[in-house]
Design a protein around this ligand. Structure first.
Ligand code: ZN
Length: 238
């Protein structure tokens, strides 16, 4: 049935389409929607200026055929600092890509609210690196893959180094459980993830902590996140 529908959404992806249009991937509380934004490539298009990656919007969709058309849009929150700071924007792109490629979204309300919170934090936090890590960890939890960081995930004991990170177990294993396999991990990386989860600075092993998170996503999504390499190049060793 053709008809109009109002949705609250976060713009995950913007693609050029034909001479004047764009295709916009939206994350709504009900899940992902691919929609057409007619005329959005034109310089003076209101749709085009508002429908930018990471923006939270109220959109009117006209449903006819397979791809709905966005007929109206108003900004709810633009997260302006993300658009103006390459460091924050590059981390935001990773969070957006995660929500764009993740499957199994029967309960999309949680990813939607979690992404909104993560983008707000990334936009406002003093430490963009901590906000990036915290956002990814909360998204893992929202999709049902949350990490358990305080104890060994195999025996439940103290995390005695040397640690290993078996990607499919959702946390670190202690020295005694090294048979579980996984990649070697420094105790500082475990501390970095714990600190970021508390909203604190991840410290010296932030880069290693991000690498573990990205291995985790890769295991669940079965392909690497394409936006990670660029974000890592912007963040460098920090
Ligand atoms: Zn153990």
């Amino acid at each position: 049935m053709p008809g109009y529908r109002e949705v609250q959404a976060i713009v995950l992806r913007v693609q050029e389409h034909r001479e004047a249009d764009r295709r916009i991937t939206l994350l709504t509380p009900e899940g992902r929607v691919l929609a057409r934004a007619p005329g959005a490539r034109k310089a003076k298009s209101r749709l085009g200026s508002i429908l930018q990656p990471a923006a939270m919007v109220q959109a009117t969709l006209y449903e006819l055929g397979r791809t709905p058309t966005i007929t109206g849009v108003s900004p709810i929150e633009a997260f302006r600092p993300l658009q103006e700071d390459l460091l924050r924007l590059s981390a935001a792109q990773v969070l957006l890509e995660i929500c764009d490629v993740t499957v199994g979204e029967e309960d999309a309300v949680r990813p939607f609210l979690t992404l909104a919170k993560a983008l707000r934090r990334l936009s406002e936090a003093a430490d963009a690196g901590a906000a990036w890590i915290a956002g990814e960890m909360e998204l893992l939890t929202a999709y049902g893959w949350g990490l358990q960081l305080s104890r060994c995930v195999s025996c439940g004991g103290e995390l005695e180094p040397p640690l290993r990170y078996p990607v499919d177990l959702g946390g670190f294993v202690c020295r005694r459980c090294a048979r579980e396999g996984g990649v070697g991990a420094s105790p500082e990386a475990a501390l970095a993830l714990q600190a970021a989860a508390r909203g604190e600075a991840p410290g010296s092993a932030a880069k290693e902590a991000r690498a573990l998170l990205h291995l985790t996503w890769q295991a669940h999504l079965e392909s690497p996140l394409r936006s990670v390499a660029f974000a890592e190049s912007v963040f460098g060793e920090s």
